[in-house]
Design a protein around this ligand. Structure first.
Ligand code: NAP
Length: 487
């Protein structure tokens, strides 16, 4: 009998993502028959009450046509619950008993998989409790949700606590962006086609833009967000992972060591932004009142009920100092209460070296490759084509898209939640799409230097109206280089 032990099992992530993902896998017959899903959290719930909670989550977050009664019944049959306060070491014995005995006298779990979906401050006590209860044997794997600390030092402390019990090979750090199809498609696009790689360097590419724009505000996470800010919430993890996948060298193989070796080289090649360059290479903002999609919304400080120096927007001009990317800017931008929800990697290629299409109407523009992750998954290559007509004043060109909408191109495939992929990989022991310790720490080192640069320069967020693309200085950041943000 195998067990997936889920800490934080009554929480938002468990209800919204983890339970629906596990259900989706189960419904497609992808979970091992003998897998038991054991939820653990503080709430005192009977087994039936917990199963009702999970059933409610499935009804809320799974498409109704997927909720076939026999699938739901089969899934709920796998689910168990153990009430447990992880700060109380003695309570782990009850967990151990529940895992070892099971309800029907099965033998001890021979392949325990553990998923920590709790605040990171609970990781240390949880791991210590698991160890003292003998639940960290050689076969056990541990998955950890972000945030993995709030700076390099705290991240090291978490990583040390984990490493004292679980070797790196059995540690699975989640960045759910890596579970997204389009993120993996970036690898397929780059390394499965001869078309792009010859141009994928400083000779072929003019610059890269990575945008993660949210139309929503901080919603229910005010306390957490005010301690964190956009840089640590979005750039430190998701955006640097997107940058690393965009910029990395071809890995020797598509496996955990090869892919992560290449990513960490990129992260270590990021040019530090420090007290000398923080003012010129970063812009921070905080939204004030405004309107999003025509509806009036409050400013961040109004939502918080006090003024705050936390950034809800950040734009960065980054460089990867290596042979491939010498001199090529990577512009990163993320924020809340922007005009629209959009996540994309925008790659502008160099212009052709010489235009034969002389004349004012020629309209020759450089090619652009746009990899969109949200709201819809799509890959677009913008190419120059001839405008139809008789060209009495010379040939006129116009930009037109070669468009691949992933849902349309693969309409007969079900769209998966990123966590489905990651949970299945955890069960299978494949850590290719999980973040290695050296990556996380390289990410934090770069982020910490930026924050120190802000502090040294007394930088505080500039106001922007909700529903706009951040402070005007963010436009200046790229315009100085003759580059326009792709909105
Ligand atoms: P949440 O809704 O606040 O849930 C927290 C969970 O932790 C609950 O199940 C809670 O149990 C449990 N818990 C709290 N203290 C405990 C203790 N002393 N012993 C045992 N269990 C305890 O949080 P969440 O949104 O699910 O997020 C969980 C973690 O994932 C956080 O670190 C968050 O930053 C991260 N994360 C969340 C999301 C998301 O979309 N929600 C996305 C990415 C990362 P009781 O409710 O029973 O007390």
């Amino acid at each position: 009998m195998k067990s997936l032990l889920l800490f934080g099992a009554t929480g938002d992530l468990a209800r919204r993502m983890l339970a629906p993902s596990l259900f989706g896998l189960d419904c497609d017959g992808l979970l091992p028959d003998d897998l038991r899903i054991v939820g653990a959290a503080r709430s005192h719930l009977e087994q039936d009450a917990y199963r009702s909670l999970i059933e409610g989550a499935l009804r809320e977050f799974v498409e109704p046509d997927r909720l076939r009664p026999q699938c739901v019944a089969k899934f709920l049959d796998r689910v168990r619950y153990v009430p447990l306060d992880v700060t109380q070491p003695d309570q782990f014995l009850a967990l151990r008993d529940a895992l070892l005995r099971g309800e029907d006298g099965e033998k001890p779990a021979d392949g325990l998989r553990i998923f920590l979906s709790t605040a990171p401050s609970l990781f240390g006590p949880t791991i210590a409790g698991l160890q003292s209860a003998g639940l960290t044997g050689d076969e056990t794997r541990l998955a950890l949700e972000k945030p993995l600390g709030h700076d390099l030092e705290s991240s090291r402390a978490i990583n040390d606590a984990v490493a004292s019990v679980f070797p790196e090979s059995r540690t699975f750090r989640i960045d759910h962006y890596l579970g997204k199809e389009t993120v993996q498609n970036l690898l397929a696009l780059r390394f499965g086609n001869a078309l792009f790689e010859p141009l994928w360097n400083a000779q072929g590419i003019d610059h890269v833009q990575i945008t993660v724009a949210e139309a929503v505000g901080v919603e229910g996470r005010l306390g957490f967000y005010d301690e964190t800010g956009a840089l640590r919430d979005m750039v430190q993890n998701h955006m640097l992972q997107l940058l690393a996948l965009t910029a990395m060298e071809p890995p020797a193989h598509f496996d955990a060591t090869s892919v992560r070796d290449e990513k960490v080289k990129v992260l270590r090649s990021l040019r530090p932004i420090n007290h000398e360059t923080a003012m010129t290479h970063t812009v921070i903002g905080q939204y004030g009142p405004g309107a999003v999609s025509g509806a009036p919304v409050k400013g961040y400080a109004d939502e918080l009920g006090r003024s705050s120096a936390t950034e809800t927007f950040v734009a960065i001009k980054a460089h990867v100092d290596n042979w491939r990317w010498r001199g090529i800017p990577f512009y990163l931008r993320t924020g809340k209460r922007l005009p629209t929800r959009s996540t994309e990697i925008f790659i502008q290629l160099k212009a052709v070296p010489h235009s034969i299409f002389a004349g004012p109407g020629a309209g020759l523009l450089p090619n652009k490759l746009i990899i969109r992750l949200q709201p819809e998954e799509a890959i677009t290559l913008r190419v120059m084509l001839k405008e139809p007509g008789l060209d009495r004043a010379g040939m006129r060109l116009r930009e037109a898209p070669l468009d691949i909408s992933i849902p349309n191109a693969f309409a007969d495939f079900r769209r998966r939640i990123a966590y489905e992929r990651l949970l299945l990989d955890l069960l299978d022991g494949d850590s290719t799409l999980f973040v290695r310790r050296d990556e996380v720490e390289a990410q934090w080192a770069w982020i910490d230097a930026i924050r120190a640069g802000w502090a040294a320069n007394g930088m505080t967020p500039r106001p922007y109206a909700a529903g706009t693309w951040g402070p005007s200085a963010a436009i200046g950041l790229t315009e100085r280089d003759g580059v326009t943000w792709h909105d």
